[in-house]
Design a protein around this ligand. Structure first.
Ligand code: MG
Length: 199
């Protein structure tokens, strides 16, 4: 399986709106499941959290048209796209690939998947990230620049989607630093669906 991540998919004050989705990938070894802790890697002094809605792909597809894209995912979870921000800054400055900043081990904690039928209007999914009990990110799927169907259609032009693949769909404003002993909790439509202790 593979993890595809969309960048810059919510309007924030300091980002320009992209004309088409930006995506990168994380390997299977970046996953953290069952609310296990996240261990800060030695190579970064500036670890950032990004709470995101994550799609679970349920069948093989290539060059999927937007109007059929909704049939290619069956469940949604909350995930954290952990980023070594100091490393990412260097990668961008030097025009290097992002893997050392984004694809490292355990950089993708993922909460429980909820069947999409149980989530109501998928264009109005409210999600929040709490850090030590305080809300630090607050987003809604209605605020995405590229919606789920457009993301699936775009990515599948380049990469065949397979059952079990995951798509992180971008983070709303408020991504920020996480430090050892912080406790992160993700809420989807008011219910806690992700927990992550930073160690
Ligand atoms: Mg992200």
């Amino acid at each position: 399986m593979k993890i595809i991540c969309i960048g810059q998919n919510y309007r924030t004050d300091n980002t320009t709106v992209p004309e088409k989705p930006l995506f990168f990938m994380k390997p299977e070894t970046s996953m953290v499941v069952r609310n296990r802790p996240f261990f800060v890697p030695d190579f970064s002094k500036e670890l950032y959290y990004e709470i995101e809605l994550v799609l679970h792909i349920n069948k093989v597809g290539k060059c999927i048209q937007p109007r059929f894209a909704h049939t290619y995912y069956d469940a949604i979870a909350l995930g954290l796209d952990f980023t070594a921000m100091d490393v990412l800054r260097q990668c961008k400055e030097q025009g290097l690939p992002w893997e050392t900043a984004k694809a490292f081990d355990y950089s993708a904690p993922i909460g429980e998947f909820i069947k999409k039928e149980e989530l109501g209007d998928l264009n109005n999914l409210h999600f929040q990230l709490m850090k030590n009990g305080e809300c630090v990110q607050d987003g809604n799927s209605s605020e995405m620049i590229f919606n789920f169907d457009n993301i699936i259609s775009y990515v599948s032009q380049y990469v065949t989607l397979k059952m079990g693949d995951l798509i992180f769909t971008g983070t709303p404003a408020g991504a920020g630093p996480a430090k050892i002993n912080d406790f992160l909790e993700g809420y989807l439509n008011g219910t806690r669906r992700l927990r992550c202790r930073i160690k």
